[in-house]
Design a protein. Sequence first.
Length: 379
Amino acid sequence: MTNKDFNSQRGFTFSKHIPEELSNFDRVFDIFKDLLTHTSGDIEEAFEWLDMLDKEYEIFTDEYTLQDFEEDLKKRGYIKEEEPEDGNSGPGKGKNILTPKLEAALREYALDQIFGNLKKSGTGSHRTTKTGIGDERDGENRSYQYGDDLSAVNMTESLKNAQINNGISNLHLTEDDLIVEETKHKAQMSTVLMIDISHSMILYGEDRITPAKKVAMALVELIKRKYPKDSIDIIVFGNEAWPIKIKDLPYLKVGPYHTNTVAGLELAMDILRRKRNTNKQIFMITDGKPSCIQLPTGEFYTNSYGLDEMIVNQCLNRAAQARKLKIPITTFMIAQDPYLRQFVEAFTAQNKGKAFLTGLSGLGQMIFEDYEKNRIKRI
């Protein structure tokens, strides 16, 4: 590759491309951000991993040590020492914690990792398939109709019509000459992302929660950058379901929970009912079957063996309820068991939604592509 500069008198000047050399901090910072996601925001554990990696791969040098990196993180505002609750600092060193700046950097890093070359665009929103009065040019023209917004008039084509119809010597513009450029409506989208944090997300030696966290952070950052008019809410579900804030995503951990999919769906629908815009959807990331529901008495009924008919029926009822509310559910199933496939197929049929049986590596790309596809239709 070559670099090129333009000079108005000499034209283009080409030179050999010299790749920009990363600073010591930036080189280590990318590794550190990945480790922080794996350790759920535990800085000290991430430092321990860095130290272990350094012994094997010589990440640090005599000129730039782990201590130098820690100081740089503090100077740049990425970490800070936690203040004691009683307000007395006292002797010794406080515990390092993440700052909002580092939490935002983790979301941006996840976006770059998963969605690649996406660049920040304007205030794009979700296109509908219907043409009419809108704010996005469609490329098609039609004759002016009473009630059309004058801002949609294509003046170039209208003046051309006036010349053809009336001649250049007697040029005047009439309503019959006006040409309107078609536009497409833009619709806002409200999304709830459900993340399974049951114990099975770390079973069998496979870390499934970290890719789910990365996808959530990347999706949040994508929407904030590319579709700022859209909304996204994150909820997690184990024995129960609860919403989490965007800033809490890096700290998300799996718990000793069963999988109460019903509670997650009920909370997701409650959130979406309160949204004013008509385009709503649920994304659900899960790796296992539903194994828990809460009974009217408040007690939890659990069954981890096979597919429990009572639990499954409750899930199918919620899927049908979401369909009546015109809320499609897209399930991203990180499992390949045949009996789980049957459940997902039945669940999807009840909702008339979609399901993807995916491995961990393709999860982010699938969610991104599905989100983008929803831009071209009004749900």
